[in-house]
Design a protein around this ligand. Structure first.
Ligand code: UDP
Length: 316
């Protein structure tokens, strides 16, 4: 891929992708409206001769001069805390933004990769979730803005593939963590790290028995890279199949930070999925991909980043 457009390129995952494509020798156009993305995530890339940043809201027409070989559509707020705060923006970027990004891919004859999500499965009735599962989503709930936007985005992507014949890929991303997350983004891992490092109580929602499967960002990026370069045109789950309860995540973070913080119980948000675990058979078979980083190793590699963020946000 010579020239790659990454929407949401200043976000957590987008910025890791920018770095990966620069490392592979590509020219990277990073597009972001900085709603939840941050220049801080790409400050080391600005000035790189093969990197350009364009501040743009992709719900509006996307204009990129010159050739583009791949469009990776990663723009969207993605934390449950954003679902209440930014519901219309989330629906717009999933629907209108995906349409604009697909339109650009069609125009440029570029390959298109959609960042989709395990949220397509909603509160799943089967565990683990294979790609063939259609999901259990509440369309009018608070989480519905994200789930339905991504489900629409998948439908639109498949329509462009079938009707316009463009090459498309869909990655269903399961809970991912690592350096570059906003410390106050409201998700479980930034919250627990921040609270543990500040000696505050860890906010466990519900009784903490709900499960998640947490994947380190370098493993996700590797999966996405392989998927883009594969010939597999249906959705692929990328996540770490090691499933743990939220309470276990809290315990691991307390151990890794050496914190004396206690647990404080809060109400469970509506429609919070009770279980989540990827079936990665397709990723293994079609992409020869599986996670390489264990949860403990990934959390340890993430610790210095959050330590620095706690310091930085104190100074600010
Ligand atoms: N959660 C929690 N405490 C927090 C933030 C989240 O117990 O401070 C729980 C949340 O209810 C969910 C899980 O952790 O069951 C993962 O939440 P997150 O917001 O990271 O993303 P989700 O997987 O729900 O999209």
């Amino acid at each position: 891929m010579h020239r790659v457009l990454i929407t949401g390129g200043a976000g957590f995952i987008g910025s890791h992708l920018c770095r990966r494509f620069l490392d592979e020798g590509s020219e990277v156009i990073c597009m972001d409206n900085l709603l939840t993305g941050r220049l801080q995530n790409i400050e080391d890339l600005v000035g790189h001769e093969r990197f350009v940043f364009i501040k743009h809201d992709v719900t509006n027409y996307i204009h990129v001069p010159g050739p583009v070989d791949a469009v990776l559509h990663f723009a969207s707020p993605a934390s449950p805390a954003d679902f209440e705060r930014l519901p219309i923006q989330i629906l717009k970027v999933g629907a209108l933004g995906t349409h604009k990004a697909l339109g650009l891919a069609k125009d440029k004859r570029a390959r298109f990769l959609l960042a989709s999500t395990s949220e397509c499965y909603g509160d799943p009735e089967i565990n683990p979730q294979p790609e063939s599962y259609w999901g259990n989503v509440n369309p009018i709930g608070i989480r519905g803005v994200y789930d339905e936007a991504k489900r629409f985005a998948e439908a639109m992507t498949m329509a462009y593939q079938r009707y316009h014949g463009i090459e498309t890929r869909i990655v269903r991303i399961f809970n991912t963590y690592g350096p570059g997350m906003r410390i106050d983004d409201g998700r479980v891992i930034p919250n627990f790290f921040r609270q543990a490092l500040k000696g505050e109580d860890l906010s466990v929602f519900g009784d903490g028995s709900q499960t998640r499967s947490i994947n380190f960002v370098t493993d996700l990026v590797e999966g996405i890279y392989r998927l883009l370069n594969s010939d597999y045109a249906l959705p692929v789950n990328i996540g770490n199949p090691i499933e743990m309860t939220v309470m276990e995540i809290a315990e691991r973070i307390l151990r890794i930070t050496g914190s004396q913080s206690k647990i404080a119980y809060h109400g469970l948000p509506p429609d919070d999925p009770k279980v989540r675990r990827p079936d990665i058979t397709i990723a293994r078979e079609k992409l020869a991909w599986q996670p390489a980083v264990s949860p403990d190793e990934g959390l340890e590699r993430t610790l210095p980043y959050f330590q620095a963020e706690v310091q930085r946000t104190r100074v600010d």
